[in-house]
Design a protein around this ligand. Structure first.
Ligand code: SAM
Length: 227
């Protein structure tokens, strides 16, 4: 899969591409990340990318011309712009994206992006969450890592990505490893019982309880999709 990233800060992705799963996915040929430096499309001698907002107001706005030029060769790809004013990025979003051969991520900066870019040069507007970052790079990095682990062969045991939080609309149950007791804190006895039926029942109950406590909204969604 090819991920194109339009960014003013290509160096931001050095760490992401150099370690762990993403690095392995790139080395194995499952993933290719093409970093497109928006500055190269800037206007004039100073490679200008932003201008003051029409109507006044704080901050600067990313201009349409550099983005239009950078996006021209990527017109046939699925173009995603990261914005606080986008739809939330979920596991479903990443599942869908991981099925594509190519995708383009657009990282905003400054006060925002000229709306005409969003209206005419993007296919999807996505938010990382209900908070405001300084740029779209963190969202693009999160998406790349989330996609990489879904690509065939990247995660050793495919069950790892099939049995995890959000797969059945629930959060994952707590997990434990050795030692079975640490400073008096014991692992739930059922996990040491070898009784697979009882372990599975315990896990399901934990998933339901945890989701109800931490993310009741997910339970409501799961109930809605059951009806
Ligand atoms: N003025 C904008 C607003 O109130 O919605 C925020 C602009 S933010 C400082 C600059 C850029 O960071 C945005 O254009 C977007 O690309 C990115 N960004 C910030 N928060 C984000 C979020 N929660 N999800 C995705 N991208 C985000």
């Amino acid at each position: 899969m090819l991920v194109n990233v339009i960014t003013m800060f290509p160096g931001f992705f050095d760490g992401l591409l150099g370690v762990s799963i993403v690095s392995r996915a790139v080395q194995d040929g499952a993933l290719d990340v093409e970093l497109i430096d928006l500055r190269e499309y800037g206007l004039g001698r100073h490679r200008k990318l932003d201008d003051a907002p029409f109507g006044g107001g704080p901050g600067m706005v990313m201009m349409i011309e550099p983005l239009a030029e950078a996006l021209k060769p990527l017109a046939g790809t699925h173009r995603v712009v990261f914005l606080p004013a986008g739809a939330p990025m979920t596991q479903n979003t990443l599942d869908g994206w991981s099925q594509l051969d190519e995708i383009t991520f657009i990282c905003g900066r400054y006060e925002g992006i000229d709306q005409r870019v969003i209206d005419h040069f993007t296919d999807e507007q996505v938010s990382l969450g209900d908070f405001v970052l300084a740029g779209g790079e963190v969202a693009a990095a999160a998406a790349i890592e989330g996609i990489a682990r879904l690509l065939p062969g990247v995660v050793g045991n495919p069950e790892s990505t099939e049995k995890e939080s959000f797969r059945d609309g629930l959060l994952e149950e707590p997990v434990y490893t050795r030692p079975s007791e640490f400073e008096g804190w014991e692992v739930p006895e059922v996990l040491l019982s070898g009784n697979h039926g009882a372990i599975e029942a315990w896990r399901k109950k934990q998933r339901l309880e945890r989701t109800g406590k931490v993310r009741p909204d997910l339970l409501k969604d799961a109930e809605k999709s059951d009806t």
